[in-house]
Design a protein around this ligand. Structure first.
Ligand SMILES: Cc1ncc(COP(=O)(O)O)c(C=O)c1O
Length: 504
């Protein structure tokens, strides 16, 4: 194992913030709470006072995210080195803003972009903002678990060859369930086909730091990679990073786009958490992750011994093709105990005090991280045992079949997502939307994979798919809630979700 460079123990941004706070200068600048003196007493009582002393603004001592020249620049350089990138950018609006920035800095209006359809809606939002034309390629789906596995390198390469004009290809890897695509092979194919590879690695900020985990996208050769440091390692919520590998993407353009998209008042607390999370991963990530992997693997084995439950493992993922599993994710199928994932998640919460990351029709998803202890996993396993016992008597009725494949392969683009999103529109009940052109991104959330994107003709199968999952507890994003006043009838609640479609 290579020695840890001494400078990776440094935390230049956090140190500068602490020094400034301790200097106790008198502040006549934002934020208005003035180091917490003006903050609500209730807030201070709960969180203590120190956090407010480092809730700073752009000052010489702590640098400026929009144009870093001092400690933020240094912190970003350390992050780039730690992740094996040539340049890294701190993000304060999550991977969401990173995905917008990746697209906006690599395409022009009208350019074709290849998009693996299991994309997060923020990729689609980037496409709407940019005016690009998406060309989708499909992930493999598994009917038994009811999930999108991920895209194969073969499918990605075939899409690249089918669309020689596309300049850019985007993939999401690992996906929410921790299933990684073969980004190394996809990066090699992108090079051969002369395309830029963008990877949404929201769920993989830890991959680079342990050899038992799938290869990180930066190591695989992606040109731009976004990671939610806050999702899996020590960043605070909203703190993410965008990494660049030199060669095909103009770093100055990425910086300029980020200046346009990010706040001019970024949270220093979030940025400090990125500085510290990088230091932690670079200096002790391997040890911390080894523990998380061990706890997750132990829990997986115990869960697989509970009658009726099944926890996805690496062997099954590898049997699907060129995919790898981040074993810290536990995808637990509750099909065998007669519950939907949504119902199981609710019961785990209310009856066992266990909050999972996500539920879908057949599964609940548990994230095991460097923050977990053996006791936490014991509680999870005990809760799942209780759930299995309980549902042996009270099965809430779980559908035998799910339309295994979301109806995305049927979708046809009538116009660009940008044109559709900003076109004159009408609201129609979901049941009457077939045949119209969607003006919104419609997703089942989580995991937020678009079933319809703006500009796509709504198929009857898509309507039925949304009705089917909506009726079983899934949250449909991008439709108007039936509890809200419906189109043109102020104050009158609609009886079913309303969909924004292009005006006739
Ligand atoms: C695959 C994927 N990409 C992007 C995002 C958005 O990330 P963030 O919440 O950091 O903005 C998510 C969030 O769940 C995600 O699952």
């Amino acid at each position: 194992m290579a020695a840890i460079p001494a400078h990776q123990f440094r935390t230049p941004l956090f140190d500068a913030m602490v020094n400034l706070a301790e200097a106790k200068k008198v502040s006549f600048h934002t934020p208005g709470h003035k180091s917490g003196k003006g903050i609500s007493t209730r807030f201070r009582k709960f969180v203590g006072s120190k956090i407010f002393a480092i809730d700073l603004t752009t000052l010489d001592e702590v640098d400026c995210l929009q144009k870093p020249v001092g400690v933020i620049k240094e912190a970003q350089e350390l992050a780039a080195e730690a992740h094996g990138a040539d340049r890294s950018f701190f993000l304060v609006n999550g991977t969401t803003v990173g995905n917008h920035a990746m697209i906006l800095s690599t395409v022009l209006p009208g350019d074709e972009v290849l998009v693996a359809r299991n994309a997060h809606k923020s990729i689609l939002a980037g496409i709407i903002l940019s005016g690009a034309i998406p060309r989708f390629f499909l992930p493999r789906f598994d009917a038994d678990l009811g999930i999108a596995v991920n895209v194969s390198a073969e499918a990605a390469e075939a899409a690249m060859q089918a669309h020689p004009r596309a300049r850019v290809v985007t993939v999401t890897s690992p996906n929410y369930y921790g299933i990684a695509a073969d980004t190394r092979a996809i990066a090699a194919a992108a090079r051969r086909e002369g395309k830029i590879l963008l990877v949404d690695e929201a769920h993989g900020p830890h991959l680079h730091f342990h050899p038992a985990l799938p290869t990180s996208a930066v190591d695989a050769g992606a040109d731009l990679t976004v990671q939610s440091t806050h999702k899996i390692v020590g960043g605070m919520t909203q703190a993410s990073m965008l990494h660049l590998k030199d060669g095909w993407v103009d770093g100055a353009r990425v910086a300029a786009i980020l200046q346009m998209l990010q706040s001019t008042s970024p949270s220093y607390i979030l940025m400090a958490s990125l500085d510290l999370a990088r230091m932690q991963m670079a200096t002790e990530g391997r040890k911390l992750l080894a523990k998380a992997i061990e706890l997750a693997e132990e829990a997986r084995a115990r869960i697989n011994r509970i009658a009726g439950l099944r926890c996805l493992d690496a062997a099954q993922v590898e049997a699907w093709g060129d995919f790898r599993l981040d074993v810290t994710k536990l995808t637990i199928s509750v099909k065998g105990i007669g519950l939907t994932g949504y119902a199981a998640s609710g019961l785990l919460n209310t009856e066992f005090g266990i909050q999972v990351e996500m539920a879908d029709l057949f599964n609940v998803l548990v994230i095991v991280s460097i923050g977990d202890r053996r006791d936490d996993l014991d509680r999870l396993v005990t809760g799942l045992e209780g759930l299995a016992r309980r549902s042996a008597t009270t099965r809430t009725g779980q559908p035998a079949d799910i339309p295994a494949v979301p109806p995305v392969q049927e979708a046809r683009l009538a116009c660009s997502p940008r044109e559709a999103y900003f076109a004159r529109h009408a609201l129609v009940p979901l049941s009457q939307a077939a045949g119209r052109v969607s003006a919104d991104i419609i997703t089942i959330y989580p995991p937020g994979i678009p079933i319809l994107v703006p500009g796509e003709e709504v198929s009857q199968t898509a309507v039925e798919y949304l009705q089917f999952l909506g009726g079983r507890g899934a949250r449909i994003d991008g439709v108007l809630d039936p509890a809200l006043p419906s189109n043109g009838a102020a104050g009158v609640a609609a009886s079913e979700p309303q969909v924004r479609v292009l005006a006739a």
